[in-house]
Write a protein that binds this ligand. Structure first.
Ligand code: FAD
Length: 360
C-alpha cells in the first residue's frame, strides 16, 4: 500500500500483539475481511509467563488446528505469539507490520486509521488492541486517555536452565522477602520441549525502591510511563546493587537465575502501569486487551482477560450485526464486558496499593 492510498476491510485492528491477534482470530469465524496494523517490524516482549488454556485456538476460531500450533500450559510470550501469528496467517488475516497508527476516527458508515506514513485504512469497525499507550483509547476516552504509573517496577530476566547448575521446580513460584516480591517460572524450551535441563526460566522481581532511576532516564515522566528501562540505561553500580539484593533476599535456584541474568546484563526494568476504564466503545471504535484495561502483571491475568475480550466481542459482532447494527453490537460488547474488566482493574489497583504500602 502506498501513501495516500485507501484500504478497506470489514474489521480493522490496530495493534498486532496478543490481544490484536486473538481478536482477529475470533472475528475470523464470521468470514470477515480483517486487516491488522502493527507499528513494529519485530515484536518482542519479555517478562510474561502466560497461562494458555486447553484448546484456546479452537475456542477463538471455532475450527480445529494442527496440534502443537499453540500448546496449553505456562508458555513464554514468544511461543504464544508465534502460535497465534501462524493461526492468523492460516485464517487469511492481513497482518501489516511497520504500520504505526497516529490517529483514529469515524464518519457515517465506517471507522478509519491514519498511519505515520500517511496511509489511510478503513473498516466497518475499528478495534484498538494497541496496548497500554493506546492511540485508539485517545478517541474512545479523550478526557482520560493515559494509563498511570503504579509507583513500582518489575525487573525481569530469562536464563537457560542448562547454563545453571541448580534444579528448578516444575511450577511457578511466588516469593516475598522484605519489601520485594518475586515471581519465578520455568518455561518450555525454545522448541517447545518441557524437558528439565532444556527449559528456560524466567523471573519478575517487583520493586518499589528504584523509581528514581525511572524518572532520571525518562522511562517515567510525571504519572506517565514512556518506556522500559533498558540495560544500556542502567549503570554498573545498579547491577551490582541488584546482585547484592538478590543474594540477600532470594533463595536458590531463583538467586542463581537472577545473578546469571545480571552477569549478562540481560535485565529489563518494566514500570508497572494501570488503567481503570470508564468505557470500551465509542460508535464504531472499541478497545480490547491492555488498550482497554491494564492490571499489574502481579495478578497474572492480562492474557486471559484479553482472550475473553476477543471471545465476547466476536459473540456480539457476527456477520448479521456487522451488516445491520455494528454500533449496537459494540454497545452490547461494552455492557457485557465493562463491569468485569473494571472489577479486575480495581482489584489490581488494590494489589499494587498493598504492595507499595508494605514496601515503604
Ligand atoms: C512485564 C510484564 C509481565 C507480564 N506478565 C504477565 C503474566 O504473567 N500473565 C499474563 O496473563 N499477562 C502478563 N502480562 C500482561 C500481558 O502480556 C498483556 O496483558 C497481554 O499480552 C495483552 O497485551 P496486548 O496485546 O493488549 O498489548 P501489547 O502486548 O502491549 O501489544 C500492543 C501492540 O500494539 C502495537 N502498537 C502500539 N501502538 C501502536 C500504534 N500506534 N500503531 C500500531 N501498532 C501499535 C505494539 O507494538 C504492540 O505490538 C505482563 C505484562 C508485562 C509488561
Amino acid at each position: 500500500m502506498v501513501p495516500g492510498q485507501e484500504h478497506v476491510s470489514d474489521i480493522l485492528i490496530v495493534g498486532g500483539s496478543l490481544a490484536g491477534l486473538m481478536t482477529g482470530l475470533a472475528m475470523s469465524r464470521h468470514g470477515f475481511s480483517i486487516t491488522l496494523l502493527e507499528r513494529s517490524s519485530d515484536i518482542d516482549r519479555t517478562g510474561a509467563a502466560l497461562q494458555v488454556g486447553d484448546g484456546l485456538l479452537e475456542q477463538l476460531t471455532g475450527r480445529r488446528h494442527a496440534s502443537g500450533m499453540l500448546a496449553a500450559g505456562v508458555q513464554a510470550w514468544q511461543s504464544v505469539y508465534r502460535g497465534l501469528r501462524a493461526a492468523a496467517e492460516e485464517a487469511g488475516i492481513l497482518v501489516l507490520q511497520n504500520a504505526r497508527v497516529e490517529t483514529t476516527g469515524q464518519v457515517e458508515g465506517h471507522a478509519w486509521a491514519m498511519t505515520s506514513d500517511n496511509r489511510r485504512f478503513e473498516g466497518a469497525v475499528l478495534v484498538g488492541a494497541d496496548g497500554y499507550q493506546s492511540v485508539a483509547r485517545r478517541y474512545v476516552s479523550p478526557e482520560r486517555p493515559d494509563a498511570i504509573f503504579a509507583d513500582y517496577l518489575a525487573w525481569v530476566g530469562f536464563a537457560e536452565e542448562s547454563a545453571l547448575s541448580v534444579r528448578f521446580p516444575p511450577n511457578l513460584e511466588f516469593l516475598g522477602s522484605g519489601p520485594y516480591v518475586l515471581l519465578g517460572f520455568p518455561l518450555t524450551a525454545a522448541d517447545g520441549s518441557p524437558e528439565r535441563g532444556r527449559r528456560r526460566v524466567g523471573w519478575g522481581w517487583y520493586d518499589a525502591g528504584h523509581n528514581a532511576i525511572l524518572r532520571k532516564t525518562g522511562a517515567v515522566e510525571g504519572s506517565l510511563v514512556r518506556h522500559s528501562l533498558r540495560p544500556n540505561d542502567m549503570p554498573d553500580e545498579l547491577f551490582e546493587e541488584l546482585a547484592e539484593l538478590a543474594r540477600l533476599h532470594w533463595p536458590s535456584p531463583w538467586r542463581e537465575a537472577i545473578l546469571e541474568c545480571i552477569a549478562r546484563r540481560a535485565v529489563l526494568g518494566t514500570p508497572v502501569v494501570e488503567y481503570l476504564p470508564d468505557r470500551l466503545v465509542s460508535g464504531r471504535i472499541c478497545l480490547v486487551g491492555d488498550a482497554a484495561h491494564v492490571c499489574t502483571p502481579m495478578t497474572g491475568n492480562g492474557f486471559a482477560t484479553a482472550a475473553d475480550d476477543a471471545l465476547i466481542l466476536a459473540r456480539f459482532l457476527d456477520a448479521a450485526a456487522l451488516q445491520a447494527e455494528p454500533i449496537a453490537a459494540l454497545k452490547l460488547y461494552e455492557a457485557s464486558r465493562l463491569p468485569e474488566v473494571r472489577r479486575l482493574a480495581r482489584s489490581g489497583q488494590q494489589v499494587s496499593k498493598n504492595f507499595v504500602r508494605a514496601a515503604r
